[in-house]
Design a protein around this ligand. Structure first.
Ligand code: TYD
Length: 207
């Protein structure tokens, strides 16, 4: 029987530097000879990418925003994530349900209970490992300043950022064995060293 693959997610506030590390993690796992699917949310399917474009640009109510996040996720889970894990591939996903708890639940103030309702409706399991890239506001702002035109979430103010970061921390505190906080103010090399140790642990290669 095929061994089920592992599901890894990367999280963090905008500007935490998670996208750089997502690419590195996928490359590292491929170099171990694994079948790796690198994907992202919202998005990851043709329909999901259309929803992403709407979510990042169009004004909408909070319930609509949350439901669309889950609509994209549902499609992604059934079309991409589940089939990949079932065939033994490792899935590396840039953001997943923790982002909805953080951004919609915390940042926008929807609260965790509403997000939990939708999560239970979707009946998905938790990722095997989540790395939460954490940086204070000033660092995130400095990194975003060099990036392209900010999207609808990146344009939010300091209070939104702090609520989102706090909600991420609450998620990590509630599930410390799954969610590992990475101090993303460190150099890329330092972050990678920590990630490599964590990946080797998942691969069963730790000493
Ligand atoms: P992001 O992953 O940061 O991509 P990029 O690196 O291209 O900016 O952008 C996705 C945005 O979507 C990000 O601001 C967070 C937001 N988001 C939510 O608000 N809720 C969610 O459930 C997800 C998956 C993302």
């Amino acid at each position: 029987m095929t061994t089920r693959g592992r599901f890894i997610t990367l999280e963090g506030v905008d500007g935490a530097g998670k996208s750089t590390h997502t690419v590195w993690i996928a490359d590292f796992l491929r170099a171990q000879g694994l079948d790796v699917v690198s994907t992202r949310e919202p998005g990851g399917t043709p329909l999901g990418e259309k929803l992403r474009a709407l979510l990042l640009t169009d004004a909408m109510g909070l319930d609509t925003e949350t439901l669309l996040m889950f609509a994209a996720r549902c499609e992604h889970l059934h079309q991409v994530i589940e089939p990949a894990l079932a065939r033994g591939a490792w899935v590396v996903c840039d953001r997943y349900t923790d982002a909805t708890y953080a951004y919609q639940g915390g940042g926008r103030g929807l609260g965790a209970a509403r997000v939990a309702t939708l999560e239970s409706w979707m009946q998905a399991g938790q990722p095997d490992r989540t790395w939460l890239f954490d940086v204070p506001l000033e660092v995130a702002r400095a990194r975003l300043a060099d990036a392209r035109e900010p999207d609808r979430f990146e344009r939010e103010g300091a209070a939104f950022f702090e609520r989102t970061r706090e909600a991420y921390h609450a998620r990590a505190a509630a599930d410390p064995s799954r969610i590992r906080i990475v101090d993303s103010t460190q150099s890329i090399a330092q972050v990678r060293a920590g990630l490599e140790a964590g990946l080797r642990e998942l691969l069963g290669q730790s000493a």
